[in-house]
Write a protein that binds this ligand. Structure first.
Ligand code: NAD
Length: 277
């Protein structure tokens, strides 16, 4: 699967455009699932402290025999750990659980604007980057106003903003903002969590036309928009299917039809209000 494209961050590092997400992957299955993904050619894993499975990811990395510089590992700082000292502590624990001496990308999981702690958190991220323990620093679920504030006050633009994006929530405005500021959009729940969307008639028709599944059409749509994606699955056949999207492309009619599916419908929490503080 050497055909997975990479995208360049504003700090010069690169990220594989496709990876595996492990939210809700049970801790005791994670090592097996991640090992399967590695065997199928995946090299990018998206986890988070709150997923409770960093240790499983770490075990799969250790068992893989793959050179560290061939892997791209992302984890995220959970809401309750925001703040300078608490970030340093939480990061150390994540690194230990992963069994690594650096992560490729560390993200502030949610902005929690009302808690007003993401600037101190970001300072700790900058410190850890200077120490070499994090290659690239980014954010997740940040709105335009959060990004404006973070960039103005810290002088450092995040490399990526990981936000909910799928055909039912296309986020044209925030994606355009990210692009304008040279921030890579990472699309979480790229398959809209695999629900009703994949039965949609428009997607089914496009899938038939290309001899692909509806899931593959949706993932291909993300790739063509320039999003980084990490669909989640614990099923080997689906993990394989989700990476088999680099031998076809969507035409302008397909793209127009998928654009028409937008309902501005969130499946996850609203970043304006979501907080655990
Ligand atoms: P997803 O859109 O990737 O959907 C996953 C579900 O889709 C699976 O559980 C399965 O039921 C189904 N599925 C997977 N492959 C399929 C296929 N080929 N055919 C049919 N059905 C298929 O949802 P997700 O797990 O919510 O999102 C992906 C990743 O994004 C997560 O694992 C996590 O890493 C990340 N994420 C981040 C945040 C955040 O706040 N930053 C929030 C949610 C998810």
């Amino acid at each position: 699967m050497s055909d997975i494209p990479t995208i360049k961050f504003n700090d010069g590092h690169t990220i594989p455009q496709l990876g595996l997400g492990v939210w809700k992957t049970p801790a005791d299955e994670t090592e097996k699932v991640v090992s399967t993904a590695f065997e199928l050619g995946y090299r990018h894993i998206d986890t988070a402290a709150i997923y409770g499975n960093e240790e499983g990811v770490g075990r799969a990395i250790a068992a893989s025999g793959i050179a560290r510089d061939q892997l791209f590992i992302t984890t995220k700082l959970w809401n309750e750990d925001q703040g300078y000292d608490s970030t340093l502590k939480a990061f150390e624990l994540s690194l230990k659980k992963l069994g690594l001496d650096y992560v490729n990308l560390y993200l502030i999981h949610w902005p929690q604007p009302q808690a007003d702690r993401y600037l101190d958190t970001w300072k700790a991220f900058q410190h850890l980057k200077e120490q070499g323990a994090i290659r690239s620093i980014g954010v997740s679920n940040f709105r335009e106003e959060d990004l404006d504030n973070l960039i103005a006050k810290s002088g450092e633009t995040p490399v990526a903003n990981q936000i909910e994006v799928h055909p039912l929530l296309q986020q044209d405005a925030l994606r355009a903002y990210n692009k304008k500021h040279d921030i890579v959009t990472e699309a979480w729940s790229p398959l809209a969590q695999g629900g009703e969307l994949l039965k949609n008639e428009v997607l089914q028709k496009i899938a038939q036309k290309h001899g692909k599944s509806a899931a593959q059409v949706v993932l291909r749509w993300h790739i063509e928009l320039g999003n980084v994606i990490f669909p989640k699955s614990v099923t080997p056949n689906r993990i394989k299917e989700n990476a088999d999207i680099f031998d076809f492309s969507l035409d302008s009619d397909d793209l127009k039809a998928i654009a028409g599916l937008n309902e501005n419908k969130r499946l996850g929490p609203d970043p304006s209000t979501f907080s655990s503080l």
